[in-house]
Design a protein around this ligand. Structure first.
Ligand code: FE2
Ligand code: FE2
Length: 517
C-alpha cells in the first residue's frame, strides 16, 4: 500500500524539519506548507491522510485554516491536529469550535506525536471503511431500484442486464475509489463463451467484444455454485489468476488489482480499484451478480411456463377442430393475422403476444356442436343454424373466467358480433365489442373467404380483399370495425403471404395423411 501522506503546516522551517524527522523514518510521506492559503491548496491537491496544523500562522491563523478545511467537502474528512505552544483551556475550546480532531503541544514529544498520528489514522481508516460500506449498500439499493423499474421477465436480456451491472460498478466517469474496467464473459451454450471488455471511452462506458478464450484459463465451477476471487497485486498472484492476468496484459489490459466473480454461465472480472480491495467489495459484486443470475433463472422459468400455457391453448384449439370444416392451419393463420393487425394498430407488445395465442381458441365452443351439423355437406336449415350460433357461448363457458384467459374468453364469445350490431350472440355493436374480438372477426373472415365452403369455392386474395372491403351477398364492410378494416387494407399483402406460408397441405396440416387409394 502507498505511504500515508501527512501535511505539516508551520511558518517556521525548523518545526517542519522536526516533524519530518519524526514522521519520515516511520514510513510517512510528508508534504509541507508555510501559511494558511498554501495549506488549503495542498490539502486539496494531495488529499493527505492527516494534517498537523500550527495555530500561530502569519495572516490567516490556524483556527481559520481549520474552519476552512472543515467547511470544504473536499477536505472536511481529513483529521486535523492543532499544534501550539499555548494550550490553555480557552485555546483548546477555540480549536474544538474550529473543528480540530486533536491537539499537540510544543515543544514536541516524539512519542506523543507518533501515538496521536497513528490513533487518528486508525480512526480515519475506520470512518473511510464505514463510508465505503454505505456507498456499497447504496450501490446495491440503486441496483434493486433499477431492476424493479425495468425488469420484464418475458424480455430479459442477460447482456443488457450485464451492461447495467457494469454501469453501476464502474459508473459513467472515472471516479476515485471505483474500479476503472470490467471484463465480462457469458456462456453462450455448452463450452462456448463470449467475452466483453467494458471501459470508459469518450465520456461514456463502452462495451467491446474481446477476442480471448479466458474460460480456458479459469477453473470455472460446475453447477450453480459461484465463487469470488480477489487479486491484489503481483505478489499475491495465484497460479490461476496469474494466467488470466498475463492473458489480459497480452491484450494491453493492465491489471493492478482485480475481483473475479466466477460461475458456470457468467464471469465478471472487475479491474483496477483505485484503492485496496476489501471483502465488502467482494460482497457487493457477489450480491449484484447473484441477483442478476436469479433474474435470468426467473426469466427462463417464466418462459417455460408461458410456453407450456401457449401449448395447452393450441392443444385445446386442435381438439375442437375434430369435426370442424376449418381444420389444419386455419387457427394458426387467424392467430398470425390477428397479431399482424394488432401491430398495425400500434397496440402494446403484450397485447400482440397475447392475441397471437389467444385467438387460437376462437371456435373452441364448436366441440359442443353435433358433428352432423358441423360436417353437413349442404346448407344448414334455420334450426341447425340456431344450434351453430351457440358456439360462442359454449367457447366462453369452456375458457371460463381465469384472468390469463380473459382475452381468449372475449374472443370466443364475441368473434361473431358485428360492428353494425347485426351479429350474435348478443347483437353488440361498435366499441361495446371487445377490441380483440373486432380484430379476430376481420382475421377469421378473410381466412374463411380464402377457404372452400359448402356454398362457395375458395377465393383468391384479390377476391377476398374485394369482398371484405366492398361486400357481397353475405359479407358487408359494415360488419367490421372501420379502424381494423383500414389496418387490414394497409397490410393486405402480408395477409396473402401469411396465407401462402401457412396454407393447408398434407405436409403441414394436423390431419393424418389420407390412405393411398
Ligand atoms: Fe366461430
Ligand atoms: Fe374460425
Amino acid at each position: 500500500m502507498a505511504a500515508a501522506v501527512i501535511l505539516c503546516v508551520d511558518d517556521e522551517k525548523n518545526n517542519r524539519d522536526l516533524l519530518r524527522a519524526v514522521l519520515v523514518p516511520r514510513g510517512f510521506e510528508v508534504v509541507e506548507a508555510a501559511d494558511g492559503p498554501r495549506a488549503l491548496a495542498a490539502a486539496v491537491e494531495y488529499q493527505p491522510s492527516l494534517i498537523l496544523l500550527d495555530v500561530m500562522l502569519p495572516g490567516m491563523d490556524g483556527y481559520a485554516v481549520c474552519r476552512a478545511l472543515k467547511e470544504d467537502p473536499a477536505t472536511q474528512d481529513i483529521p486535523v491536529i492543532m499544534v501550539t505552544a499555548l494550550m490553555a483551556k480557552a485555546d483548546r475550546i477555540k480549536s474544538i469550535e474550529a473543528g480540530a480532531d486533536d491537539f499537540l503541544s510544543k515543544p514536541f514529544d516524539k512519542v506523543e506525536i507518533l501515538a496521536r498520528v497513528n490513533m487518528l489514522l486508525k480512526v480515519k481508516d475506520l470512518s473511510d471503511r464505514l463510508k465505503g460500506a454505505y456507498a456499497n449498500i447504496s450501490q446495491i439499493t440503486t441496483f434493486g431500484r433499477v431492476i424493479a423499474r425495468t425488469y420484464d421477465p418475458l424480455k430479459f436480456d442477460l447482456l443488457l442486464a450485464l451492461d447495467k451491472v457494469v454501469d453501476l460498478t464502474i459508473g459513467h466517469a472515472v471516479a476515485p475509489d471505483k474500479p476503472t474496467q470490467v471484463v465480462a464473459g457469458l456462456n453462450i451454450g455448452g463450452k462456448a463463451w463470449r467475452w466483453y471488455n467494458y471501459a470508459h471511452g469518450t465520456g461514456k462506458l463502452q462495451r467491446a467484444i474481446l477476442k480471448l478464450n479466458l474460460e480456458a484459463f479459469l477453473n470455472l465451477p460446475e453447477g450453480k455454485s459461484a465463487r469470488v476471487v480477489s487479486f491484489s497485486g503481483p505478489e499475491l498472484e495465484g497460479e490461476e489468476i496469474g494466467r488470466v492476468v498475463t492473458k489480459l496484459q497480452e491484450s494491453q489490459i493492465l491489471v493492478h488489482n482485480m475481483l473475479c466473480f466466477l460461475s458456470d454461465d457468467l464471469c465478471l472480472l472487475v479491474l483496477n480499484y483505485q484503492r485496496a480491495i476489501t471483502r465488502y467489495d467482494a460482497d457487493v459484486i457477489n450480491a449484484i451478480v447473484t441477483h442478476t443470475l436469479l433474474l435470468k433463472t426467473i426469466y427462463v422459468q417464466i418462459n417455460e411456463v408461458s410456453g407450456a400455457f401457449d401449448y395447452s391453448l393450441q392443444a385445446l384449439a386442435r381438439a375442437s377442430e375434430v369435426n370442424d370444416e376449418d381444420t389444419g392451419n386455419h387457427i394458426h393463420r387467424v392467430g398470425e393475422y390477428s397479431a399482424l393487425l394488432a401491430r398495425e394498430l400500434d397496440l402494446p407488445g403484450k397485447f400482440i403476444r397475447s392475441i397471437r395465442v389467444q385467438a387460437l381458441t376462437h371456435d373452441v365452443g364448436k366441440i359442443h356442436i353435433p358433428p352432423a351439423i358441423l360436417l353437413k355437406p349442404g346448407m344448414l336449415t334455420p334450426e341447425e343454424y340456431e344450434v351453430m350460433k351457440l358456439h360462442p357461448q359454449y367457447g366462453a363457458m369452456i375458457l371460463g373466467n381465469n384472468a390469463r384467459l380473459a382475452m381468449a374468453h372475449n374472443i370466443a364469445l364475441n368473434h361473431h358480433e358485428r360492428w353494425n350490431g347485426s351479429g350474435y350472440p348478443a347483437g353488440l355493436s361498435g366499441e361495446a365489442i371487445p377490441l380483440e374480438a373486432r380484430i379476430v372477426a376481420v382475421a377469421d373472415q378473410y381466412d374463411a373467404l380464402r377457404n372452400a365452403r359448402v356454398y362457395k369455392l375458395p377465393f383468391d386474395h384479390a377476391t377476398a380483399m374485394h369482398v371484405m372491403t366492398q361486400g357481397d351477398d353475405r359479407t358487408r364492410p359494415g360488419h367490421f370495425d372501420p379502424h381494423v378494416l383500414a389496418a387490414f387494407q394497409n397490410i393486405a399483402s402480408t395477409f396473402e403471404e401469411t396465407y401462402e406460408r401457412l396454407r393447408d397441405t398434407f405436409e403441414n396440416a394436423y390431419e393424418p395423411f389420407p390412405p393411398a387409394a
